[in-house]
Write a protein that binds this ligand. Structure first.
Ligand code: ATP
Ligand code: MG
Ligand code: FE
Length: 355
């Protein structure tokens, strides 16, 4: 089965062709990603209108490259999948409408993929991982712990009640005048800093639910930074190191609770899987390693290019849904908000729901 996948929910314009064999094995035939970081860098964050216009300019060429690189013709596709949300609505409309046009012209089934579902299913694209497993998704827009029970069966065990983790890294970077995107910059600065100099709060520590909260921590960093003004390079490093230490401890605590909730409802997870840009952080990776070991499960982190937004994950989620006969009609709506575990309730325009 050959599936074309299109991703335009945020600031990556991406398309890919993925093959799914009958035994469930996967092969990425092409995976073309154009990040718009440069377009947004001078604003210190993603500007929705600029993102939508860039997707319009870039997407046709990216889809053509993905098809050419894969050596596949439109007639050979079993389905065309697009991320139909959640995300910035202008971008979502561009990607979903393009997919609908291809589906209509080539009489190919359309699959409207939930972007979060695509992150959740990515480890099955890179290794033979069976259900159920536990996903920790931490990106610029999301921070969630999800039980992945089956294709289309997701139970959200925890989520942030305010900022996303990547967003907190980006905001801390911005207040310390480090360039965008801030996550890697904060990690770099933290490497030369003292993580014990500032005793920042460890939000939600010890709470029985598996939720996150990051805005109080961010504010604590801001208060400390303005107290120290003007900031010396060592202050910046110490602030970053102390911030990151607080994030690590909170993450380990929240995930430990999340894995316990998982265990109670679904048994031992086959793996703890990390995804999203924050999973690129080395300190977070080693914290996750400890958490997984204590919960007697293995940690899987897909390669960085598949952890952040890409077309292959959308194509793969489309293939997994297609294999179960879950296709959508051309009325499938673009969705700015789309809860993963609300999948049980079929969105309007769903042709073949298992709800
Ligand atoms: P979405 O939430 O819709 O998936 P996104 O584009 O914001 O979208 P990603 O591209 O997966 O998400 O991740 C980008 C985020 O990851 C940014 O907030 C960035 O700062 C953060 N990030 C990247 N590298 C690191 C790092 N080394 N340490 C901490 N955070 C990082
Ligand atoms: Mg991104
Ligand atoms: Fe994403």
């Amino acid at each position: 089965m050959l599936v074309l996948g299109i991703e335009t929910t945020c600031d990556e314009t991406a398309a890919a062709v993925v093959e799914r064999q009958a035994d469930g094995q996967a092969k990425i035939l092409s995976n073309v990603v154009r990040s718009q970081t440069d377009e947004h860098a001078r604003f210190g964050g993603v500007v929705p209108e600029i993102a939508a216009r860039a997707h319009v300019d870039l997407l046709d060429g990216i889809v053509a490259s993905a098809m050419k690189e894969a050596g596949v013709s439109y007639g050979q596709l079993s389905a065309v999948a697009a991320a139909a949300g959640p995300g910035l609505i202008g971008g979502v409309i561009v990607g979903l409408t393009t997919a609908k046009a291809i589906a209509m012209v080539h009489d190919t089934p359309l699959i409207a993929v939930n972007h979060l579902e695509a992150h959740a299913l990515t480890p099955r694209l890179t290794c033979a991982l069976a259900f159920p497993y536990c996903l920790f998704l931490a990106s610029g827009g999301h921070t969630q712990i999800v039980a992945v029970v089956g294709v289309g069966e997701y139970v959200r065990l925890g989520t942030t009640v305010d900022d996303a983790m990547g967003e907190a890294f980006d905001k801390v970077a911005k207040m310390l005048s480090l360039p965008y995107p801030g996550g890697p910059q904060v990690e770099r600065a933290a490497a030369g800093g003292d993580p014990t100099r500032f005793a920042f709060p460890r939000p939600m520590l010890g709470r029985p639910d598996a939720n996150f909260s990051l805005s109080g921590l961010k504010t604590a960093v801001r208060n400390e930074a303005s107290r120290l003004e003007p900031l010396e390079p060592q202050d910046i490093s110490d602030l970053c190191a102390s911030f990151q230490a607080a994030v690590l401890e909170a993450t380990a605590d929240r995930l430990t609770v999340g894995l316990r909730l998982f265990q109670e409802r679904f048994g031992t997870p086959r793996a703890l899987v990390a995804a999203g840009g924050v999973a690129a952080n080395h300190a977070i990776r080693s914290a996750l390693q400890d958490v997984a070991a204590k919960a007697q499960t293995t940690l899987i982190i897909p390669p960085p290019a598949l952890c952040t937004d890409n077309g292959a994950m959308i194509a793969w989620a489309g293939a997994e849904r297609m294999a179960l006969g879950l296709t959508d009609t051309l009325e499938a709506p673009p969705r700015a908000r789309w809860l993963l575990d609300a999948n049980a309730k079929a969105p309007a325009g769903h042709a073949n729901s298992r709800a």
